[in-house]
Design a binder for this molecule. Structure first.
Ligand SMILES: [Fe+2]
Length: 230
């Protein structure tokens, strides 16, 4: 059984936060109250903690109301360095770690994982486990689209995004996943009206609605299609 803490404060994921590998964006969701959007981070061999200030948003989709979705950018990171980071307040604090990439160059060894069409079945679990157990040890995931398959559920039940986020947290909290969208992230159900996000001013001129990726779209360094998601 998951702990209460895990249920209340989950879906921690990181993605690359700049173009050269010196920043990481961490995102997470708190359920009952916003709490803090700040993150603390420090290197493996130092106890000096840096802090970064984040922000949060919420969204509604049909009969679904999201939790508080936090994003925080940890920057000025050193290359090839293990960092611990901590988010949350009081007894909801959670700690994770990641390793930054080497400097950009013409011949830099780096291992990417590739996964698409993951979903959230026993096969999905098997796929992610294979990836995590592989001795090749992927350092960053390039995710090829088709995430939660929420569109297979009535009203494209966004709770399926929550359950999917919890499922993948065991990898996404400790290595960057870089996202692109697949056809299952496109909402072609005209009877469902997407509530525009307050901060976006987006009037959705295309007439096509896209899924909210629980903050993934706000990462700022992902493909234009993903950036268009809301
Ligand atoms: Fe697919």
């Amino acid at each position: 059984m998951p702990s209460k803490l895990w249920v209340l404060f989950c879906k921690v994921h990181i993605t690359q936060g700049d173009h050269v590998g010196k920043a990481v964006i961490v995102s997470w969701v708190t359920q009952d109250e916003p709490g803090s959007s700040n993150a603390f981070y420090w290197t493996d061999n130092s106890t000096e903690k840096y802090s970064a200030e984040g922000s949060y948003l919420t969204y509604r989709y049909y009969n679904y109301s999201s939790g508080f979705i936090h994003h925080c950018t940890m920057d000025n990171l050193e290359y090839n360095t293990k960092y611990y980071y901590e988010v949350g307040v009081g007894n909801t604090t959670r700690k994770f770690w990641f390793i930054t990439p080497p400097p950009v160059g013409p011949d830099v060894p780096y291992t990417f994982g590739l996964i698409g069409d993951l979903g959230q079945t026993s096969h999905s679990n098997s796929t992610l486990t294979h990836y995590q157990m592989n001795p090749m040890n992927g350092q960053t995931m390039l995710y090829l689209g088709d995430f939660s398959y929420a569109d297979n559920y009535p009203f494209h039940d966004n709770v399926r995004w929550d359950t999917w986020g919890r499922f993948i947290e065991r990898s996404t909290a400790s290595q960057p996943w870089i996202w692109t969208a697949g056809n299952h992230e496109i909402d072609l159900a005209p009877e469902i009206e997407l509530v525009p996000r307050k901060d976006s001013g987006d009037t959705n001129p295309s007439g096509i609605n896209f899924y909210n990726l629980n903050g993934i779209a706000e990462a700022g360094v992902v493909a234009p299609l993903v950036k268009r998601l809301k």
